[in-house]
Design a protein around this ligand. Structure first.
Ligand code: PLP
Length: 342
């Protein structure tokens, strides 16, 4: 156990289990560009139903699914309002601007991960030829592991509708949000015009995201998906992994959250270290060393077999391959750094 790497970089490092691989190996497949892959169809129907939306469309990645949602909703010269730290703005290489000529209007986030509604309201442009046309409001849930409150989502949705804006959710980890609140997925997702959902994070499928929304939106999205190279052929093998994940791996996200909470709890009294918010956010813990830029701390941990992302803050993410024992060891490695640093 002690020589084993503890990989807390991301929940994307999860690999398919034997049972998931068996489901992939025996999947019925066809050419999905010809609409002939029944397993993909089943996945799209399943997630549409779970999310309270009309239909779904399978994508190779969440980045492409978000991109296609923006390309479909917004025309050249239009803009979308988005969090300064949101994936669709900061971590997708500027795709909407580069490939769609869609202007982002980023908004500083409050500590709870929401964009203040009055800031959104002020950012919505008047209908004036000087301005880009504000077209869409994009949220992310969870964001930095934080669950966006349901009341906030409904108020933001109302604001969007009052201002004729479309309403998109980057729901890469929306199952974490549902599980954490003990509510069904649809209670979150039915409020949006479109939602992008990742299967390759904590749910443990190797690849894939599904974009859900209404039929006419997805019919247009399908052309954009083809254009950006996301039309795939016998991809039912990947859809089978995703279906397996939806059937078996949702509830166990709770265990990921519990492990993150345990980790946060064990680190909270360490001198020289700040646990952001004094707790975990779903499956994530953010740590800020009080001294330095975090590089030395990162290296200390890496040399002892503990991997994580970021420097200051460092981001530690729990997932299905992590055990309580490893959380214990991770906490010991982290503690040893701050004790030796004194
Ligand atoms: C992972 C992630 C995505 C999509 O990432 P891919 O690696 O392209 O699948 C989108 N949004 C958020 C918030 C994410 O964490």
């Amino acid at each position: 156990m002690t020589n084993q790497i503890i990989d807390l970089r991301s929940d994307t490092v999860t690999t398919p289990s034997k049972a998931m691989r068996d489901a992939m190996a025996t999947a019925q497949v066809g050419d999905d560009v010809y609409d002939e892959d029944q397993t993909v169809k089943e996945l799209e129907r399943t997630l549409a139903k779970m999310s309270g939306q009309e239909a779904g469309l399978f994508f190779p990645s969440g980045t492409q699914s978000n991109l296609v949602a923006l390309l479909t909703h917004c025309q050249r010269g239009e803009e979308f309002i988005v969090g300064q730290e949101a994936h669709t703005y900061k971590y997708e290489a500027g795709g909407a601007a580069v490939l769609g000529s869609i202007q982002p209007q980023p908004i500083e986030l409050d500590p709870n991960g929401t964009m203040p509604l009055e800031k959104i309201q002020r950012a919505i442009k008047l209908d004036d030829f000087h301005f880009a046309r504000t077209r869409l409001l994009a949220l992310e849930n969870t964001i930095g592991g934080k669950v966006i409150p349901q009341t906030y989502i409904s108020e933001a949705g109302k604001l969007a509708r009052q201002n004729n804006l479309l309403f998109h959710l980057d729901g890469a980890r929306v199952f974490n949000a549902a599980v954490e609140q003990n509510i069904s997925l649809s209670e979150i997702t039915k409020q949006f015009d479109s939602v992008s959902i990742c299967l390759s994070k904590g749910l443990g499928a190797p690849v894939g995201s599904v974009l859900v929304g209404d039929e006419s939106f997805l019919a247009q999205a399908k052309r954009w998906r083809k254009m950006v190279g996301g039309g795939m052929r016998q991809v039912g093998m990947l859809a089978a992994a995703a279906l397996y994940a939806l059937e078996h791996n949702i509830d166990s996200l709770k265990a990921d959250h519990q492990l993150a909470a345990q980790l946060a709890e064990q680190l909270i009294d360490i001198d020289g270290l700040v646990v952001q918010g004094n707790c975990a956010n779903t499956n994530m813990v953010y740590l800020s060393p009080e001294k330095g830029d975090g590089t030395e701390f990162h290296q200390w941990c890496a040399e002892r077999g503990l991997k994580f992302g970021g420097r200051n803050p460092a981001r530690l993410v729990t997932h299905r391959h992590i055990t309580e024992q490893q959380i214990q060891s991770a906490a010991e490695i982290i503690r040893s750094y701050f004790e030796s640093a004194k």
